[in-house]
Design a protein. Structure first.
Length: 891
């Protein structure tokens, strides 16, 4: 389409608005009720233009081919001026303080501060820790209401009152803090007047005077791009980047607001070493010297395999690269692992075997085009809120939704079918779905003939998984199973999104394989008939930690340490021999410590005593180990059991890159300096190497990533410089001159034979099942306001929103066990005990319980078992047999 704007020719896509045309022409036109992220409403009349002679609001008027648009006309300027002047005249004088959007619009229209002469008196609501409302500044543009509905999908806000008294309010009535608000900050972000602000950035703040640092969120694996605003060495606020490839101007309560931990008085600022009176402050030289002596003694007395490191999914790629290099090159062992062992190692193993690479098959903007979503074992509304919000919008816009999860997770109430399998029965469920796909002919026979293998064996196994039998195993009604399979099977472009409810099982890798079977049977992976199989990664850089080779059997880029050609390439870059036998996995490390085989355990940024299963045995291991090194922000449970504690920088104080859940590298940049003597993990690894007498090379993070690209060709095209230019690059990206591969396997699968591999796996029972002694099944997982062991979020304002852990219990179980809402309950498993307040809710089915592990004091992981995935050793967090004892009743 082509039209003119003030005489200039403009080419436009179909369905563009007049406002887009004006912007493409580069003509300035103010807007007030408009936000590119939201449906335009044209209520404020700030963007009035003339279209072929008619005066129209540009934001809501479709552009017309051949039309003439006029912007810079005296009469139009006056109309725009008068419209805004009328709005501003009702506002109090302080409305135009600072350089907010309204102030800028007024300046552009020649409206001075004296115009704001309205009164105050409608009152404020400062009850919420992160969202403050000044009703006197509300112009009822409704941007906040649309943001909450159209982007976040919470529908927590509404406009109340009539005429000039109209004002935003929580839809529930009452104070903001008691509303349905999930504190994504979207309303604050879009409010043009300062009626909605956050505490660090009140009305009157000159944002332009603050330093803005573009970085990537250090909480979950979504990888939201954020602008961090700093003032006098402190974070004043965080703004989601509008051009963030995954978040597109959105964020959640963690990335947006949970930065208070940075200046917590509990922050570690000096190295600590175990002395007579416990952990005592020491100098860096003393700490490093002690570590180097401990490492030398262990290697001399018991060989390099007496040392092990747990690298960090919270650390950058470059830090993980350096840690694994230190272990392999300096110590001479493959004893390095990361917490993907505890979450998505079955995804890595399962997806590699099924389709070839250890990552999701499609990027999220493709998944967003799916007409049917199968969301399995994931609660993205709470655990990956920005992805959860986008999935919800997809469903609200018509995509069909199947949720498979025992709990009534956030998306479940929007699902066409909600399957609630008994914990530990996923393989039977997925085989049952595959059985229906085959029985109903909902498979892509040509794809299966040309691009997949394993159909005959799978078909033979699936004969045992007729819906009625699956119903008996899983508890999912046969009719629901059939309905779900048909929705997925009949969709034109289905996509699978899954989480830890698939992986954290005794047969987690089988779960991933049998889930991937569905996409392969449908020909919905590596084609344009669907969007594959996509794991939601938990921690910010759990994908990257594994990509960088912080794994005992895989080098950077996933080459096997047992493969001489792969080792040879690394040896050429590193100039030294790489050990050829697999190192220890995390659970094996603890066992090796207990047996005396492991003498040094170096834990980087992980609170293993809080997050690893069978926590009492983990503590026992740390207490046995001759030298435990903990690199941390706080004196975590793990740090308390360490011999040396090194103060580390947080994600807001680091330079490097993260890889998010859909394989995108993005830059991490320091917004602040680390406090006191704290150092980045990158600097700490270099310092330990230097104390040990070694030089790791790659003195900067940029050089470390460049070196990694020489070891692992799949990353060779990615560099800091390129990321600084392009923002985000998905791997594989072997060539600096070409884009990374967003959608995988369009030509061939990355398996050795180029085919997708169906897996014939029978259902096998979980490690623990309910019995007379332990009649209930405990599931653990995440809650909305907190992250992992809670070390950061519990020390931020998020603690006001979610102050304690709780045990979710179904009303029928609560009645049977005489548990009252809020009453304290002692939970006992075969492995330990935990004390939790009860929350009686039907979000959890009868016979099951749910709690998080965000509050180490409640000892949730003392309950979980050492049962682990038979392929990858990923713990069976999702199935623990427990019983209850009521300690006290709530008042
Ligand atoms: Fe985005 Fe996840 Fe950070 Fe929230 S925690 S802002 S969803 S990356």
């Amino acid at each position: 389409m082509r039209l003119t704007v003030d005489g200039a020719l403009v080419d436009l896509a179909e369905e563009a608005t007049v406002l887009s045309a004006v912007r493409v022409a580069g003509v300035e036109l103010p807007t007030l009720c408009h936000d590119d992220r939201l449906t335009p409403v044209g209520s404020c009349r700030t963007c009035l233009v003339r279209l072929d002679g008619r005066v129209v609001a540009a934001c809501v008027t479709p552009a017309v081919d051949g039309a003439e648009v006029r912007v810079e006309e005296e009469e139009l300027s006056r109309l725009r001026h008068d419209a805004v002047e009328m709005i501003v005249s009702a506002l109090p004088p302080y409305a135009l303080e600072g350089d907010g959007e309204l102030s800028r619009v007024c300046r552009s229209l020649g409206i001075g501060p004296q115009t704001a002469q309205g009164g105050a008196g409608r009152g404020r609501d400062h009850t919420h820790p992160f969202v403050h409302l000044d009703r006197d500044l509300c112009i009822a543009c409704g941007r906040c209401v649309r943001m909450c509905a159209e982007v976040q999908g919470t529908f927590a806000l509404t406009l109340v009152g009539r005429g000039s008294e109209t004002v935003v309010a929580p839809g529930t009535g009452g104070p903001w803090v008691d509303s349905d608000c999930v504190a994504c900050g979207g309303c604050v972000d879009t409010c043009p007047t300062g009626a909605l602000t956050e505490p660090g950035l009140p009305i009157g703040t000159y944002l332009a005077a603050l330093t803005r640092t573009r970085t990537t969120c250090g909480y979950c694996g979504v990888g939201c791009a954020l602008g961090v605003l700093t003032r006098d060495g402190e974070v004043a606020g965080v703004r989601p980047a509008k051009d963030g490839p995954v978040n597109r101007g959105h964020a959640c309560v963690k990335g947006r607001f949970a930065h208070g931990f940075l200046h917590s008085p509990e922050r570690l600022t000096q190295p600590l070493m175990r002395g007579r009176s416990g952990l005592e402050p020491v100098s860096w030289d003393e700490a490093l010297d002690h570590i180097a002596r401990g490492l030398r003694a262990a290697v001399a007395e018991a060989g390099p395999d007496a040392v092990a490191a747990i690298s960090s999914a919270r650390a950058t790629n470059e830090e993980n690269y350096l840690i694994q290099k230190f272990m392999r090159v300096v110590i001479g062992t493959n004893n390095v692992d990361n917490c993907s062992r505890l979450c998505h190692s079955p995804s890595a193993a399962g997806l590699t075997a099924a389709v070839g690479l250890s990552g999701g098959t499609d990027v999220f903007e493709d998944v967003e085009q799916a007409d049917c979503l199968l969301v399995v074992g994931a609660n993205p509304i709470d655990a990956h809120p920005v992805v959860g919000a986008r999935l919800l919008q997809q469903v609200l816009h018509g995509a069909r939704l199947v949720v498979a999860d025992p709990r009534a997770v956030g998306l479940a109430c929007h699902a066409d079918v909600h399957l609630r399998p008994r914990p530990g029965t996923n393989v039977a469920l997925f085989n049952g779905l595959a059985h229906v796909l085959l029985a109903d002919g909902l498979i892509d026979e040509e794809f299966l003939r040309l691009r997949a293998s394993g159909l005959p064996k799978l078909t033979a196994v699936l004969g045992d998984y007729a819906p009625d039998r699956v119903a008996g195993i899983t508890g999912v009604p046969a009719a629901d199973l059939v309905a779900a399979a048909r929705l997925y099977g009949q969709a034109e472009r289905p996509a699978i999104v899954y989480g830890l409810g698939v992986t954290e099982h005794l047969h987690g890798t089988d779960g991933v394989r049998t889930l991937a079977n569905l996409a392969i049977l449908r020909g919905a992976v590596g084609t344009d008939h669907g969007f594959g199989v996509n794991p939601l990664r938990g921690q910010n850089n759990v994908q990257g930690a594994s990509d960088m080779g912080a794994l005992p059997d895989l080098l950077p880029g996933y080459g096997k340490v047992g493969d001489p050609a792969v080792r040879g390439r690394a040896e050429q870059v590193w100039g030294t021999r790489v050990p050829d036998h697999d190192g220890l996995r995390i659970p094996q490390m603890f066992a090796a410590v207990r047996s005396g085989a492991l003498r040094v355990l170096w834990v980087v940024g992980e609170d293993v005593c809080a997050t690893d299963p069978d926590a009492n045995r983990v503590v026992e291991a740390l207490e046995t180990c001759p030298l435990v090194i903990s690199q941390e922000l706080f004196l975590s449970e793990t740090a308390r059991h360490a011999d040396v504690v090194l103060p580390a920088a947080s994600w807001l104080e680091k330079d490097g890159t993260f890889v998010n859940f859909d394989r995108r590298f993005q830059r991490v940049r320091p917004a602040l300096a680390p406090p006191g003597q704290a150092r980045t993990d990158f600097a700490i690894v270099h310092a330990i190497a230097a104390a040990y007498g070694a030089d790791l090379g790659c003195p900067t993070p940029a050089e470390a990533l460049a070196e990694c690209g020489r070891v692992a060709p799949v990353f060779a095209g990615i560099s800091h410089q390129r990321l600084d230019r392009e923002g985000a690059i998905p791997w594989p990206c072997p060539d600096p001159g070409r884009p990374g591969e967003a959608k995988l396997y369009l030509d061939r699968f990355a398996t050795p034979d180029g085919l997708a591999h169906l897996a014939a796996r029978p259902y096998l029972p979980p490690g623990e099942s309910p019995d007379d002694d332990y009649p209930l099944i405990l599931i653990t997982g995440r809650r909305w306001a907190h992250y992992n062991s809670g070390n950061m979020t519990r020390r931020s304002g998020n603690i006001e929103l979610d102050p304690s852990d709780r045990l979710d219990i179904h009303p029928a179980d609560a009645a049977r066990h005489a548990v009252r809402d809020g009453g304290a309950v002692l939970v006992e498993s075969r492995h330990g005990q935990a004390m939790l307040p009860a929350r009686v809710t039907d979000e959890i089915p009868p016979g099951q319980l749910f709690c998080s592990f965000h509050f180490p004091a409640s000892l949730a992981n003392a309950l979980t078992s050492d049962h682990a995935d038979t392929v990858t050793s990923c713990p069976e967090y999702k199935v623990t047999a427990v019983r209850l004892r009521v300690i006290q009743e709530s008042s």
